[in-house]
Design a protein around this ligand. Sequence first.
Ligand SMILES: [Zn+2]
Length: 376
Amino acid sequence: MQEENMAPEEVAAETPEVPEVPEAPEEPTALAHDRELSCQNCGAPLAYMEGESVITCPYCGTTTMLAGYDNIVKIDGHSMLPMAVNENDAISTLITWLSKGFFRSKSYVATAKLGSANGLMLPYWIVKSNAATSWHGKKKRTKTVGTGDKKKTQTWWEPVSGRFSEDFTWPEYARENPEEFWGIGNIQPGKKSVFPDWGKFWLKFGGSKNSPNRNMLDGQIPFDIEAVKKAGMADDLVNGQVTQDRAEANARGNIKTHQAKKAESKADVLSDVDTTVNVNKVDLVYVPMWEMKYTIDGKEYSALVDGAKKEVLSAEFPVSKKAKITIFDITLGIPALIAGIVGFSGAGSAAAKIVMFILVALMLAYSLMKGLGSKN
Ligand SMILES: [Zn+2]
């Protein structure tokens, strides 16, 4: 007890008086804002922009993460998807895609003009996870009761509930602005990725698509700067700005939203949805992409082609004239058929006959006008 009380006094007594030293001149402020650091592996200077926090060395391929001031972390588990699609492959992938399907047209092979093809190596945080969702809601049910004149329909709400779970390799773009290259945010599961341009056509039925839940780690290899250099993409490496923690938090939120949307389709009224996201691993993966611009009939469209497999990830396209004619004819054809049946059956209504002839005439006129006017 006594000793303890004594100790501070003794220390205080023995502490030599610190002589006053003139303050050291401050470091030039330019250094504090210098956006250059040395590679943790090879020592090469790494220039980077303010806000960038995930920096890949263009010489040796080591990736460094700036996790706050003075906190430099070398990322070990960083990988890439190999670039298997060169510029010509990317162009032919897009053209093939444009020539297929009900809404597009073979004539686009001849009419599409390439504006630009921009090869990129983009950093994504791939959040390998499982999401388990449970939901409760109500479904509207109806049944017919009674017979004859007393027949009536009863409606009631039946409580329904369920669970479902899904595995994800959820991609979170590792940079702040998902608009800086066209379509790169559209690869998340459930995001709209295919955008039909209907022009002035008003019967806009279908043609759009949402991104599937792809395995973003399919074909994953350790990051290999030599392979990137060989593909001529070392200058197209883009540094990340979003740190791993933030990417994981964003992914959790986005996965919950995605699961909640899926739950909505399972009941007429949803009372609650609860999703638990279990994250197994978060990988920094460089994904090769081709950002393409092209024109058809003078109008510009964008597309994003996977640089790892020959696949269109996201795209805008003009709906073909053939698809419009077909949709127009079906939409008018059904009422025309009904009018025809009414008009020519039994007593036959003159008005229905007239309606049918008008609709058929419109169909023919529209088909001829559009069909003869253009190759598409
Ligand atoms: Zn290096």
